[in-house]
Ligand binder design. Structure first.
Ligand SMILES: Cc1cc2nc3c(=O)[nH]c(=O)nc-3n(C[C@H](O)[C@H](O)[C@H](O)COP(=O)(O)OP(=O)(O)OC[C@H]3O[C@@H](n4cnc5c(N)ncnc54)[C@H](O)[C@@H]3O)c2cc1C
Length: 467
C-alpha cells in the first residue's frame, strides 16, 4: 500500500500516510477494505445500482470498538464520512467518493426478551431478521415492508410499515439505543438518559451519531395475519384510486391499505390494492371486504400468512441489490382527482416494466402522536406518494431519469412540499429537506450544534449546524 488519496470534509483532496492507515487497520477487529483489496467491488455496492461511488476506505466494523476507532480515525484525518447499514438509501447516503464508509452491516446480534416483550438488535440487522426472531415468540413490531431494509437507517428516519396503524411508527416502539458520537464517546440514549439525543434520533436520521444497537418494544401478534393484493387492469385505475382514497381514509388501526400502479409479470399495466389486517382473521375479512368486492378484480390473493411472510410480499424486485434506480417522493393529503389523473397517465406510459408508483397510507397510532414528541415532525393522516423508477441497463439511465423528472414535474404542484426523510431524493432541494422535518427543524439544528457541530455526519437528509 502507498499513501492514501482521500476526500475531506472541506471538499478537498488530501493524503493519509500509509503508516497511519496501517495503524488504523491494526486497531480494528473487522476488515478495512481499500480499492486495491479483494472484495472492494462487492463491499462498495449499494441497493441503488445508479449510485456508483468509490470510497477510499470501507471499515467493516465487527463491534462497537471498531465503530469508535473508525470515527476517531475519520475525525483525526478530517475525512468525508458515510454510514452504511442495510445500504437501502435510494439517494446513496450509505456510500461516498474518496471518503470513509463506516459499515455496520456485519453487526448482527439479536436478543429477544419474551417476558418483557422487547428485542435488542445491532445496527446491521435487517427487518426480515427481526421478524423471524420475534415471531417465534408470537411477537412483532413495526418495521419496513421489504425484508432486507436495514433497521438502522429505517428506524432513524421514522419507520413506516404494516403495523403502523396499530402500533405507530418504528420510532414509537424504540426504547433505547447505543450510540457513538462524532467525538468518539459511547452513549446510551432513552427517555431517561440523554433524552434530547433520544428525541433527535427518532426521526432526525443519521445526523447525530452512529447507532450501534437498538432496543424495541414488541407486541403479541396472531400467528397468521391477512395480507396480499387485489389486482385490477389499468383501465380501471382511476375508479380504483378514487375508491382507495375513501377506503384508506376510514380504516381502523388494525388495517393497512397501500396502492401500487405497476406492470404485472406478464407485462400488463395494473393497479394493485395492497391490503393487510393485524387482528383476528374473521374480523379482518369483514374490514377488508369492501376493497375485495369493489369492481371486478382480475386477481385476489389476500390470504392468511405469518407477518414475516407478509413482509416479503413486495420483495421482488424491490429487495434486489444493484438494479438502477431513481426515486421521487412526497407526502400528500388529499389525493386529488388531478393527482390520480397524472399518476394513472404516467403508469400507462411506464418506460420500464420494473417501475412502480406507490401510495402508503399513514393513519391510526402513527398519526396520533404529537409532532413534538419525536423528531419526526409531520405527524398526521396522509399518504406517502412515491415514484420508484427501476431499470436494469445502465445505458438506459438518462432516459429513465428524464421520464421520472418529467412526471414528477407534473406531480409536484399537486402534493405537499415535504416528504418522508427516508424517501428524499439525492437531488431534492434544501428547502424540501427542511420542510420534511416540519416544525421540529430549529430544535434539530440546536441538537446538531450540540452533537455534531462540524457536520461530520452530512451524508444524510442534512440538518446543517449553525454553531
Ligand atoms: C427497497 C426499499 C424499501 C423500503 N421500505 C421502507 C419501508 O417499508 N418503511 C420505511 O420506513 N422505509 C422504507 N425504505 C426507506 C428506508 O427506510 C431508507 O432507505 C433507509 O435509509 C434504509 O436504511 P439502511 O440502513 O438500509 O440504509 P443505508 O443506505 O445503509 O443507510 C442510509 C442512511 O441511514 C443512516 N444510517 C444507517 N445506519 C446508521 C447507523 N448505524 N447510525 C446512524 N445512521 C445510520 C445514514 O445516514 C445512512 O446514510 C425503503 C427503502 C428501500 C430501498
Amino acid at each position: 500500500m502507498v499513501d492514501l488519496k482521500v476526500a475531506t470534509l472541506d471538499g478537498k483532496d488530501s493524503v493519509v500516510l500509509e503508516d497511519a492507515v496501517e495503524e488504523f487497520r491494526k486497531s480494528l477487529r473487522g476488515q478495512l477494505i481499500g480499492p486495491d483489496d479483494e472484495g472492494y467491488e462487492e463491499a462498495r455496492n449499494v441497493w441503488n445500482g445508479n449510485i456508483d461511488r468509490r470510497p477510499a476506505l470501507i471499515s467493516r466494523c465487527a463491534g462497537v470498538a471498531d465503530v469508535i476507532n473508525s470515527v476517531n480515525f475519520a475525525r483525526a484525518n478530517n475525512l468525508l464520512v458515510a454510514i452504511r447499514g442495510g445500504a437501502h438509501s435510494a439517494a446513496g447516503h450509505g456510500t461516498c467518493d474518496g471518503g470513509i464508509v463506516i459499515d455496520v452491516s456485519q453487526l448482527k446480534g439479536i436478543r429477544v426478551d419474551p417476558e418483557n416483550k422487547t428485542i435488542q438488535a445491532q445496527a446491521g440487522v435487517q427487518w426480515g431478521e427481526i421478524d423471524r426472531e420475534a415471531e417465534i415468540f408470537g411477537l412483532a413490531t413495526t418495521g419496513g415492508v421489504i425484508s432486507n431494509t436495514g433497521i438502522a437507517g429505517l428506524t432513524l428516519g421514522g419507520g413506516l410499515g404494516w403495523l403502523m396503524g396499530k402500533h405507530g411508527f418504528t420510532i414509537d416502539n424504540l426504547l433505547s439505543v447505543d450510540v457513538v458520537t462524532v467525538d468518539g464517546r459511547f452513549l446510551k440514549a432513552s427517555a431517561n438518559e440523554n433524552s434530547d439525543l433520544f428525541w433527535g434520533l427518532r426521526g432526525g436520521g443519521g445526523n447525530f451519531g452512529i447507532v450501534t444497537s437498538f432496543e424495541f418494544r414488541l407486541h403479541p401478534t396472531e400467528s397468521l395475519v391477512l395480507g396480499g393484493m387485489v389486482i385490477h387492469p389499468l383501465e380501471k385505475a382511476k375508479e380504483v384510486l378514487r375508491f382507495y382514497r375513501e377506503f384508506s381514509s376510514s380504516l381502523p388501526d388494525e388495517a393497512e391499505a397501500y396502492l401500487a400502479l405497476l406492470t404485472s409479470p406478464d407485462g400488463d399495466a395494473v393497479v394493485a390494492l395492497i391490503l393487510g389486517y393485524n387482528g383476528p382473521i374473521a374480523e379482518g375479512e369483514k374490514v377488508l371486504e369492501p376493497a375485495r368486492k369493489f369492481g371486478e378484480p382480475v386477481m385476489d390473493v389476500v390470504q392468511p400468512m405469518p407477518h414475516s411472510v407478509r413482509n416479503t410480499l413486495l420483495d421482488d424486485p424491490l429487495a434486489i441489490h444493484g438494479i438502477q434506480r431513481y426515486w421521487k417522493s412526497g407526502f400528500t393529503n388529499p389525493i386529488s382527482d388531478e393527482l390520480i389523473d397524472v399518476a394513472v397517465e404516467a403508469a400507462s406510459n411506464f418506460i420500464s416494466p420494473l417501475t412502480a408508483i406507490m401510495f402508503f397510507n399513514i393513519h391510526g397510532a402513527a398519526a396520533r402522536v404529537s409532532s413534538s414528541e419525536t423528531a419526526f415532525g409531520l405527524r398526521r393522516e396522509q399518504w406517502d406518494f412515491n415514484i420508484i423508477s427501476q431499470w436494469t441497463d445502465a445505458a438506459e439511465s438518462e432516459r429513465n431519469i428524464a421520464w421520472t423528472r418529467e412526471v414528477w414535474g407534473r406531480i409536484e404542484p399537486l402534493i405537499s412540499g415535504s416528504a418522508y426523510i427516508n424517501h428524499l431524493s439525492g437531488d431534492d432541494k434544501p428547502e424540501k429537506i427542511r420542510a420534511s422535518y416540519g416544525e421540529n427543524y430549529d430544535r434539530l439544528v440546536a441538537l446538531k450544534n450540540k452533537y455534531d457541530p462540524t457536520n461530520m455526519l452530512r451524508l444524510n437528509p442534512n440538518i446543517q449546524p449553525t454553531a
